[in-house]
Design a protein around this ligand. Structure first.
Ligand SMILES: [Zn+2]
Length: 154
């Protein structure tokens, strides 16, 4: 006998911002990352303040998203937040990690972890090339194991 979680009588979804229809993940530009926190940053030109950039950040470990745009400051869901995960998934490092089979993904991740550690030891910071590939490998590994951990339908 199977038991299921109770389904709430009313599901409340956050309304998508109207700007989602006129923007896309391709409009977010990768800026940098920090492999110690797992956070990747993307930017997009601000429409409220000409000449400045909004920065939206994705925590690749927890999937939490942060944005510094005017909408997010007012607790509104912004298009940056709607698209940052898709922008990250379209990043060349994530696309590359996605193509690697299990053992090669582990080797790839360990290689970049080693390079990141070496650079941190020698110059005090990691190169972005290796850091973003390390985060991409970890992201892809977690994605695969989350899928594998799902119970099979009987
Ligand atoms: Zn935003």
């Amino acid at each position: 006998m199977h038991t299921y979680a109770a389904i709430p009588e009313k599901v409340t979804l956050l309304p998508l911002p109207k700007s989602v229809a006129v923007h896309s993940a391709a409009q977010l530009t990768y800026a940098d990352c920090d492999e110690t926190t797992g956070i990747v940053h993307f930017t997009a030109p601000s429409t409220s303040k000409r000449g400045s950039l909004n920065t939206v950040s994705l925590d690749t470990y927890t999937s939490h998203i942060f944005c510094d745009c005017k909408g997010a400051q007012c607790d509104r869901l912004c298009w940056h937040c709607c698209y940052v995960t898709a922008a990250w998934q379209a990043h060349p490092a994530v696309a590359e990690a996605r193509t690697l089979i299990g053992s090669r993904l582990l080797t790839y991740g360990k290689k970049h972890a080693r390079l990141v550690a070496t650079y941190r030891q020698r110059i005090g910071r990691a190169g972005d090339y290796d850091a973003v590939r390390l985060l991409a490998a970890r992201w892809e590994y977690r994605q695969r194991h989350a899928i594998a951990a799902m119970p099979l339908a009987a």
